[in-house]
Design a protein around this ligand. Sequence first.
Ligand SMILES: Cc1ncc(COP(=O)(O)O)c(C=O)c1O
Length: 396
Amino acid sequence: MDGIKTVQINPADRMTGLPAQFFAGLVRKANAQAAKGRDVINLGQGNPDQPTPPHIVAALQDAAPNPMYHRYPPFSGYPFLKQAVAQRYKEDYGVDLDPEKEVAILFGGKTGLIEISQCLLNPGDICLVPDPGYPDYWSGVALAGGKMEYMPLTSDNAFLPDYSAVSPAIADKAKLMFINYPNNPTGATADPEFYKQTVEFAAKHGIVVASDFAYGAIGFDGKQPVSFLQTPGAKEVGVEFYTLSKTYNMAGWRVGFALGNTEIISLINLIQDHYYCSLFGGIQAAAAAALTGPQQCVTDLAAAYESRRNALFGAMDEIGWKAAKPSGSFFCWLPVPKGYTSSSFSDLVLEKADVVLAPGVGFGTHGENYVRLGLLASEERLQEAIHRIGKLGLFE
Ligand SMILES: Cc1ncc(COP(=O)(O)O)c(C=O)c1O
C-alpha cells in the first residue's frame, strides 16, 4: 500500500537457534524420486502404516456428537483419561500412579518432550542426550537455550549410555537427561539393571530423568519392554513419556502422557495451561477406550512387526547384509557397506533401488556408518526392498 513501509521480519534468536531439520531433505529427495513415476519403498520414516483399530474409531464416532465435548475441556484434560492410563500402567507394569497428581495429558509425546526442557532448563543449563537419538530432544533443549552433552550409544555398550564415561563435572552440572528404550533409532531395549543404574546416577548428580517410552508396547522374542517407572525410586527422579501413536496406530490423533514425579507433572500442566486447553473431548474418550478396551490389537501389532523383522532379516541373509536384530521398536539399525557413509549409502539406494532409508548421521555423530530402516511396509515390500539393494552388489 502507498506510504506504508513493509515491516522487516526478524525472527527471534530462539527461531534461528533451532536445529536443522535433517530429515526434511530426505523427504524432498524421496518425493522427487516418486514424482519421476518410480515405485519408491519408503522405509525412512517412523509413521505407522496400519489403521487405528475399529473399536477405537467407533469410540470417537460415539463421543463426537456429545455436546459436553463441544465445550472447552478441563485445562489438564478429563479425569477419566488420566484414570485410564493409570489403570493400563497398573495392569501392564504393576506401576501405581495417582491419576490427578502423577499424570499429565499431552498433545502427543513430542509436545511433552519439548515442554520438559522448557520447564526445567535455564539458558546455559546442561542436558544429557543420547547420540544417536530422537531429534526432538535437541529441539526442546534449543528452545530453552540449554546446552547438550552427548551420551554415545554404541554396539559395544548394547546401545545403552555408559554413565561411568560421563565426566563427574558435567554430570554434576546437568539438570536433565533423556533416555529412550525401546530405542529409536537403534531398536535396542533396556533391562531393569540399566534403569536401576539410571536412578542411582540421576539421584547422585541431581539430574531429572525423562524416559521416552514411545515404543513401550513393541518388544520381540517374548520379552515385554520394561518401564522406567517399574524401578524403585524412579518417581523420585523423573517422569516417563508414553504415547498412543505407536501402541494403537494413533499417530494422527496426538495423544500422549507424562507420568511420574508430581512436581514435574505439575510444571508440565502449568506450562500447558499457558499454551493450550486440552485435547478435544471426543479424542480423549477414544483414547480412554483404547487404554481400557481389549488389548489383543497391541499383542497382534507387536507380533506383526516381529514377523516383518524376521522376513527382512531372512532377505538380508540372502544378500549377505549382516546386522544385529532389534529387540524392540519398529526400527532396524543397519551398518552401511564398506566405502560408504550413512548419507552416501542412503542416497545411492534411493537413486538406484528406489528405497528410502534414514542416514544414521541425522540422529547424531555416533549414528554415522548406520542407516535406520522402519518396519513400516508389508513383509513382501520389505523383502523386495532388500532384494533391490542386493542387486547393487555392495555386500560380500
Ligand atoms: C523416540 C520417539 N519418541 C517420541 C515420539 C513422539 O511420538 P508422538 O508425538 O506421536 O507421541 C516418537 C515418534 O516418532 C519417537 O520416535
